[in-house]
Design a protein around this ligand. Sequence first.
Ligand code: RFL
Length: 401
Amino acid sequence: MTGRQTIPAVTDSADVVILGAGPAGLTLGNLLLAAGIDCVVLERADRRHVQTRARAGFLAAHTVRVLDRHGLSDGLHRRGLPHGTCEFRTDGGRFRLDYGALGLGERHTVYPQQDLVTDLLTHYLAAGGRIRFETEALTVDDAAGARPTVTVRDPEGRPGRWRARYVAGCDGRHGAARRSLPAAARHQRDHGVSWLGLLAEAPPSLDAVGYALHERGFAGHMARTPEVTRYYLQCERGTAPDAWSEERIWDELGLRMRTAEHGPLHQGRIIQRSVIDLQSDVMETLRHGSLLLAGDAASLPAPAAAKGANLAVLEAELLAEALIDDLAHGDPAALDRYSPRCLAHIWRAQEFSHWMIQLLHAPYASDGEALFHESLRRSRIESLRTSRAHQEWFAENYVGI
Ligand code: RFL
């Protein structure tokens, strides 16, 4: 024994090493592959986990256009459902906004994220794409230089190393890409609010996204498929996901969604639950030498406005175009523009998401200002109910990206 640390051997290389097989990484992988760029996707989880991880469901029109452009949208056109209405419920009654007929006239397509990821993965593999499941990226090294490397742990726990010309950090909020960057690169905000996020084996109860503003806290209803509905219940920070019984969940949903006034909810088994602390952050900048960030690794918008998966797809297309320009045509200009182009979309999404959070939750402040803020919130709701101009603005930002 020499006592010296074992240096993992270089196991392989690719021009672009993509970390993470979520919407960002798989969209990028498909676009690079179609352009003949040598790439590989390294994914920490196994294939089953990647294809069953239920998260987003509301795809913006821009997202659908990107997927259309690259022949990646067959599944969502076959099984996705167009959606263009939301309903607000308050102690003053309820009102609907047909946002699909307002603003730019765009609608969402409701398509579960795990189905989109499955489609992207199937397409990538059929086109001959390389992917390594159960391969965790540990660090990205030498990102400042022209030959970055990624240190990995393979499915047997053995160390390895990938050499690249560029590394695309699409490995989410807790991935290796972010870990390899200075903490100062991150701007963040904790909204101080938590949600119990639920998937119920029950058909949607409204033909609209439901936002219930109640003195007991916010409740939300979002269709996922004809058989499955996502619900949200605002809860105390620190609540354990299994702390509430199913009975308490349905009672609370019923109260906050005011089913006594507006009709019952279809109930069913709760098949997934998680607690989401509403936090937002942005990595500024998205480029650190040869390491480029996309998706949740680049910015995390709190899920109040359904922007995360949509930003992931938008950024993946911009990053693919920039990498293709550089690697296939020797033109680095688009790579230089990548970060500022994305940040314009990211901050717009963050601003709207922040606005939604303030709309949906009563202020926590216990001082005299709470009443002031609550009155502003009521006025904002009233404006949204009555002002056509405000509704147009809402619609454009709600579906837009
Ligand atoms: P993902 O989907 O998190 O994928 C990252 C992948 O990286 C892998 N990974 C690693 N791989 C290798 N080495 C490592 N060290 C790794 N660390 C992680 C992970 O296993 C994973 O496979 O990131 P991506 O691609 O950036 O996509 C982002 C979206 O997933 C996310 O923004 C959305 O789900 C947010 N979101 C929504 N977005 C929408 O646009 N519309 C919605 O309706 C919507 N609803 C939601 C949401 C997020 C939610 N949660 C759980 C926060 C609803 C919820 C409840």
